[in-house]
Design a protein around this ligand. Structure first.
Ligand code: NAD
Length: 504
């Protein structure tokens, strides 16, 4: 109670901290201790409208500012971020729980999107056709949308927003970021960095809150586009509601990522990568490997090697050099543990049980150790559900074809990896698999910022992936201008022409 009263308040941001009269307040907890570390405001509709209005005002001027002005701010932001990324990583570890090295990795991957956005003058270049008809030229351009909304999940409080806002801002839009209420402080740190970089007030705003804030963004007519990342049911809801309001939407959802290991793979490397991709960030990554598909006779050896490595991992406070931190909330920790119970009850073989881990950390933290299941079958709940925790399930199949059928039958299609020593198998896999991001001997194939990030099927609603050239298209709209400059002395007008104009 005392902690709640003395904890700092995380407010909204309109260029300066903003507090609405009717805001609600909720605790933010440090998952490594279970203690309240801050209190976050939850916006009502009135607050949401005020924040959106600040963005709307700023968007008018920012959208007409020169490319030089915009890129200079972007470069300053990049330099400040690079110099101070440890501060941001510490905030992420405090509120999310992921270990510091992982938090730093998150910031660095987000920074890559800022670096991509620094090249906006090149990315926005239009095309030009001279003399499409006599005296007529055509050129195309891309212009900003105005105000755009970014709604982000708890698991990447810095990187996921940075998939979107650097490009949106560079392209001349104003952004309203609605971060996860579970770890909201990174958003305000980033907002302050923008101010320091010289971004005009209102171009980057933050709206804290829950469903009320999200719905206000989805419904507001000034918000022209929504970039959402979160669970599949909410992604679908956001896609439908914002679409019904006439907005363009990209809504990235959940995942169940498979790592297929063929008999000719380097098993040592495969075991290392399975453990890293399965248990890194305590499995709270949309690109985490949650299913390992062992093909053919290698399964016993592979499971033994993974189990060995899993038992050697250290669970604990992310500031103490451990391998994996706590889960984000007590409720989420208990939910993930209940999947372990369900897997055991369904008859999967529990090879490593993380339910009562040895922990280097406070007894009040939301701990769950890495857990390994073997002999998982596709109808078990631990296979069908996105667990989003440190639980790796091994499914055994006989052939490559069976493995591909399994992956393709899954309703999600975010990421997938194939481990093999055969170029021919890898090439076939690239063609066969119905998943948006594919790794060959790469377990977590998160694309570089200059490519686009996005899954297939229930992992993404909308037709634009995040960042890369898809991001530039998403945050701009095209215009084609047809011009006629003729010299009346050379080509006098021939009077009105009512037939549909033809090119000559
Ligand atoms: P979530 O869906 O619970 O929340 C995401 C955002 O939606 C948050 O800002 C939250 O405040 C808001 N929200 C929650 N419930 C809502 C409701 N009923 N109406 C309107 N808004 C609502 O997701 P999460 O638990 O924060 O994040 C984990 C999920 O995100 C996982 O499913 C994970 O796979 C997914 N994810 C996907 C990607 C991807 O790129 N596809 C990346 C990261 C996370």
């Amino acid at each position: 109670m005392l902690a709640t009263m003395t904890a700092p308040t995380v407010s909204h941001w309109t260029g300066v901290p903003y507090v609405g009269a009717a805001d609600r307040v909720e605790d933010v907890t440090n998952p490594a201790t279970g203690r309240v570390s801050a209190r976050v405001l939850h916006a009502g509709v009135e607050t949401a409208n005020a924040v959106i209005s600040a963005a709307e005002t700023a968007a008018r001027e920012w959208g007409r500012s020169s490319l030089t002005t915009r890129t200079r701010v972007l470069f300053r932001f990049r330099e400040l971020l690079d110099a101070r990324k440890e501060e941001l990583a510490a905030i992420i570890t405090r509120e999310h729980g992921k270990v510091l090295a992982d938090a730093l990795g998150e910031v660095s991957r987000g920074q890559e999107a800022v670096e991509f956005a620094c090249g906006i003058p090149h990315l926005l270049k239009g095309s030009y056709s001279e003399g499409v008809s006599t005296g007529v030229d055509v050129h195309s351009k891309r212009q900003p949308l105005g105000v755009v909304g970014v709604i982000s999940p708890f698991n990447f409080p810095a990187m996921v927003p940075m998939w979107f806002f650097p490009i949106a801002i560079a392209a001349g839009n104003a952004v309203v970021l609605k971060p996860s209420e579970k770890d909201p402080s990174a958003s305000i740190w980033l907002a302050e960095l923008w101010r320091e970089a010289g971004l005009p007030a209102g171009v980057f705003t933050v709206l804290q809150g829950d469903k009320v804030a999200v719905d206000a963004l989805l419904d507001h007519p000034a918000v022209k586009a929504i970039s959402f990342v979160g669970s599949t049911p909410i992604a679908r809801y956001v896609y439908e509601r914002a679409g019904a309001c006439g907005k363009r939407v990209q809504a990235l959802g959940g995942a169940k990522n498979h790592m297929v290991v063929l008999p000719d793979a380097d098993l040592d490397a495969a075991a290392d990568h399975a453990v890293g991709a399965g248990f890194g960030s305590a499995g709270e990554r949309c690109m985490a490997v949650s299913v390992l598909v062992a093909v053919g006779s290698i399964a016993d050896q592979l499971v033994a090697e993974i189990a060995d490595r899993t038992r050697g991992l250290r669970t604990g406070d992310g500031t103490r050099g451990t391998d994996l931190g706590p889960l984000v909330t007590r409720a989420h920790r208990d939910r993930v543990a209940s999947f372990v119970d369900a897997g055991e009850a369904a008859g999967a073989k529990l090879v490593v049980d993380g339910r009562a881990p040895q922990v280097d950390g406070d007894a009040g933290g939301f701990w769950l150790g890495p857990t390994l299941f073997d002999h998982v079958t596709p109808e078990m709940e631990i296979y069908t559900e996105e667990i989003f925790g440190p639980v790796l399930s091994v499914v055994r199949v006989g052939t490559y074809d069976e493995a591909v059928r399994l992956v393709n039958a899954n309703p999600y299609g975010n990421g997938v990896a194939l481990f093999t020593g055969s170029g021919a198998a890898a090439r076939a896999f690239e063609l066969d698999v119905e998943v948006g991001m594919v790794g060959i001997n790469v377990p977590v194939p998160v694309p570089m910022a200059y490519y686009s990030f996005g899954g297939w099927k229930q992992s993404l609603y909308g037709d634009h992936h995040a960042h890369g050239t898809d991001g530039v298209r998403f945050f701009t709209r095209g215009k084609v201008v047809t011009t006629r400059w003729t010299d009346p002395a050379v080509q006098p007008g021939g009077g009105p022409e009512l037939a549909f104009p033809q090119n000559r």
